[in-house]
Design a protein. Structure first.
Length: 80
């Protein structure tokens, strides 16, 4: 059983990405999604990252809330 606390920092670590506050901010600023792009289908994920996101969302896993938070932030930047 995975007991990792679900947070944006831990999601980035789970995805194998730098997870400092600055790294997350930079990622969000440089990896924007268009309105109709699903987060799991974003072109910058590798196969494992996309699979993790897709499976978490499909199974309504603990990570869903944090993935939804990231999704909103990625779409919000693009809308500005």
């Amino acid at each position: 059983m995975d007991t990792t606390a679900t947070s944006l920092e831990n999601l980035f670590a789970q995805l194998g990405l730098a997870n400092s506050a600055k790294a997350i901010e930079d990622f969000i600023q440089t990896h924007q999604l268009t309105e109709n792009t699903d987060i799991a289908k974003a072109p910058y994920w590798n196969e494992a990252q996309a699979s993790f996101i897709n499976e978490a969302l499909r199974n309504d896993a603990e990570w869903c809330e944090v993935i939804d938070q990231l999704n909103a932030q990625l779409h919000q930047v693009a809308a500005q």
